[in-house]
Design a binder for this molecule. Structure first.
Ligand SMILES: Cc1cc2nc3c(=O)[nH]c(=O)nc-3n(C[C@H](O)[C@H](O)[C@H](O)COP(=O)(O)OP(=O)(O)OC[C@H]3O[C@@H](n4cnc5c(N)ncnc54)[C@H](O)[C@@H]3O)c2cc1C
Length: 492
């Protein structure tokens, strides 16, 4: 028999489980505690993390005097969510911005390195002269790209008919050369995805909006540039102790949250008005359940509880990636600096990779981006492998991945001495792919979740893979949960 008990009659705290101890799960726990305090709501929060380490893909390591990032190394500052959280956690004065004297990024094209034209923003130029002067595109390719300023905008009849692949969007507005030589590698560097499959609506919404509202992406970017100051790299930041600083600060602010490290949830059952979780440690009952793990994990855990939701979640695929960190003596890479100045790294287009038999998608000079990452005489190079279509490469053993990365760096950077530190970090199924129809799928998922009481989804799989977006997703998740708790009655 189910008995409803009013708010006044409640006895004992309500129990909330969070599955996943990446940034999304940790911020959800932090916000729940904070809100519970404000609402005088008694909550018992337990966070389950399969790995022995909290932080998910965020991990900042020390090696000698170097600060090494195994996963993300930056966050964007034009979204307020992470900056607001940093302020609350007293981290504002530990934020470090990308060093302004850096020389931007490179792209591999026609068998050699070129500077990405100054003012180029992921898909489109915001400055005409550097774009016209660049040797990356042919004269015809540049002409075609600049015609974007006069090409009429696409007529969007219905919201469902609005989605197109990122590749189609770029080809339609700027032509195939911009896609192959600039946009594809830049987007692959962020999403490790396939531009032919990624949803333009989900990964390039602001460019679509520029087309629709201003009639031209280039014209809108040029106008925005007048308003904003500084290079686009200036939008990125980290913390003095690396991105892991954020995880440490969150952990220091979760004193009464039970953190179950190395404790995977294996099975979930619906029980009464709540959920029974079977984990590596035990079985426990919770009133509310937050899935802060990747959609694929949520899908398999929810297969009995809600098969329809499980099959919707299974449609959000993820790509795997690998970061190989190297430390070189700076002098060993001096020839590149002589040619291009102090650069932040390079992207390698898919077509160039195939033509030149290269494996790397991109590499970056981590210690050129942020101060005090390495001693003056050393330089940290992060090499990126993997992504959609590279599953065979990632199936290789670490020593093979290391060799592939090193061989490519030898060809691209011609170091005069080998690196004296090398380490492979694997991130299996870690990068959600917002493929065509992602927005429509999210609408379906939200509808199904609305009929599944006490269940909440958060994390990178849904509305943004960047760390600030994950913080926002966790903020909203905790807010919704607490609002529903405040309204609800207990059911026994
Ligand atoms: C290599 C790499 C580089 C990146 N670089 C940047 C960058 O520079 N800037 C940026 O903004 N973003 C970057 N991103 C993206 C961003 O870091 C991630 O999207 C974000 O950190 C994901 O956080 P999350 O908490 O949603 O997921 P995750 O960090 O994946 O955490 C999910 C957690 O759930 C746990 N889990 C799964 N199943 C279970 C289970 N059954 N029981 C218990 N626990 C479970 C997992 O072990 C994992 O720890 C990068 C991502 C990668 C992979």
């Amino acid at each position: 028999m189910m008995v409803e008990v009013s708010k006044e009659e409640r006895v004992g705290p309500r129990r909330v489980a969070i599955i996943g101890g990446g940034i999304s799960g940790l911020v959800t726990a932090y916000r729940l505690r904070q809100q519970a305090g404000r609402q005088s709501e008694k909550l018992e929060i337990t966070l389950y993390e399969a790995s022995p380490r909290l932080g998910g893909v965020i991990e900042s390591l020390r090696w000698q005097d170097c600060l090494i990032e195994s996963g993300p190394d930056s966050f964007i500052t034009n979204k307020p969510f992470l900056l607001d959280l940093a302020k609350e956690l007293n981290l504002s004065d530990r934020i470090v911005k990308v060093q302004s004297e850096g020389g931007g990024a490179l792209v591999y094209s026609g068998g050699r390195m070129h500077s990405v034209p100054d003012g180029f923003v992921m898909l489109a130029p915001s400055k005409l002269l550097p774009f016209a002067a660049s040797g990356i595109l042919s004269p015809a390719g540049k002409m075609r790209a600049l015609m974007e300023m006069v090409i009429p905008q696409r007529k969007v009849e219905t919201p469902s008919g609005a989605d197109e692949s990122l590749a189609d969007f770029v080809r339609r507005r700027f032509g195939a050369e911009v896609l192959d030589k600039l946009a594809q590698p830049m987007v692959a560097g962020i999403y490790v995805g396939d531009a032919e499959k990624l949803s333009a609506q989900s990964v390039a919404a602001r460019f679509l909006e520029m087309e629709q509202t201003k009639g031209s992406v280039i014209r809108a970017l040029m106008k925005n540039r007048e308003k904003s100051s500084g290079a686009r790299y200036g939008l990125f930041a980290s913390f003095d102790g690396g991105i892991g600083t954020l995880v440490e600060a969150l952990l220091a602010n979760l004193p009464d949250v039970e953190l179950r490290r190395g404790c995977a949830v294996r099975r979930i059952e619906r029980k009464g008005a709540g959920y029974l979780l079977k984990s590596d440690a035990d079985e426990a009952y919770y009133d509310r359940l937050v899935m802060a793990c990747p959609a694929a994990s949520a899908s398999s855990l929810l297969s009995e509880v809600n098969p329809a939701l499980a099959s919707q979640l299974a449609k959000i695929q993820s790509a795997s990636s690998v970061v190989v960190n190297f430390v070189f003596e700076k002098e060993a890479l001096a020839s590149l600096e002589k040619r291009f100045g102090r650069t932040f790294g390079a992207v390698i287009p898919l077509k160039e990779r195939k033509a030149s038999n290269l494996t790397l998608i991109a590499f970056s000079f981590a210690s050129n981006k942020y101060p005090l990452r390495a001693p003056d005489k050393e330089i940290i190079v992060r090499a990126f492998l993997g992504g959609v279509g590279e599953e065979d490469t990632l199936a290789q053993a670490d020593d093979v991945l290391l060799r592939l990365a090193e061989e490519d760096l030898n060809r691209l950077l011609a170091p005069t001495r080998p690196a004296h530190y090398r380490r492979v970090h694997r991130w299996p199924a870690s990068m959600p792919q917002y493929n065509l129809g992602h927005e429509a799928l999210l609408a379906e998922i939200e509808e199904t979740v609305a009929d599944q009481p006490g269940l909440y989804l958060t994390g990178a799989s849904y509305r943004g893979v960047g760390i600030p977006d994950c913080v926002n997703s966790a903020n909203l998740c905790a807010k919704k949960l607490m609002a529903e708790l405040a309204e609800s009655v207990y059911k026994y």
